[in-house]
Ligand binder design. Sequence first.
Ligand code: PEP
Length: 253
Amino acid sequence: MAGKLFIAGNWKMNTSLSEATALAGALVEKIGSVKTVDMAVCPPFPYLSGVKEALGGSKIALGAQDVFYEDSGAYTGEVSTEMLKDVGCSYAICGHSERRHVIGETDELINRKVLKCISDGIMPILCVGELLTQRQANETIDVVSRQIRLGLEGVSSADISGVTIAYEPVWAIGTGVTATPDQAQEVHAMIRALLGEIYDTPTAGGIRIQYGGSVKPDNAAELMNCPDIDGALVGGASLKADDFAGIVLEGIK
Ligand code: PEP
């Protein structure tokens, strides 16, 4: 296990401003002083400032759901690392499966985002994971290995400790179907071994690998107890303060 667990909530394209700040406020009340688990929430871009304010001096960090690799200029709709830092973000999700499969992001684009985050002091959460058809065709290891190798191209061993990998089997995201602890652990162990090849074993041991895909308070413990699972990236359940707090509390047991 790579140090403290890291549990992050991806709110996706959900909430209004008042719902977002209320959710953040409720989380501060329930888990805002937890020190033994690293925590972050990733609201939609327009609500980052408001949520940052609601998080106040709590232990819950702010993350963005995406980022762009240029500093500024004619990139309509994009958001830079400096803008994210300006509103208090510490993390940015790169290559979430919805961006890969709905928006069409490529490994090369995702890699540019990861590198830009690292060079500008934002900690990237690099998401990887196979489609159901790929799992059924026994391609999971190939797909995930390729996404990791390409996503981390050019990331030095000095910088990799600031990167979180999120293994999110696409068939488990938002479906209510969770990978079993054995299924998740198998891929996490493979990812850790691959990181050991790319860097070295001690370095790989320090890289946090989150699991994501229908994590809930009642399945979080068995997943996070697996030796190579270092936390969770939570979608649906992060929209309910009780559920996200419940997952974090499972992490400190
Ligand atoms: C996610 O969006 O990263 C995710 C894991 O979603 P859910 O928890 O809803 O499956």
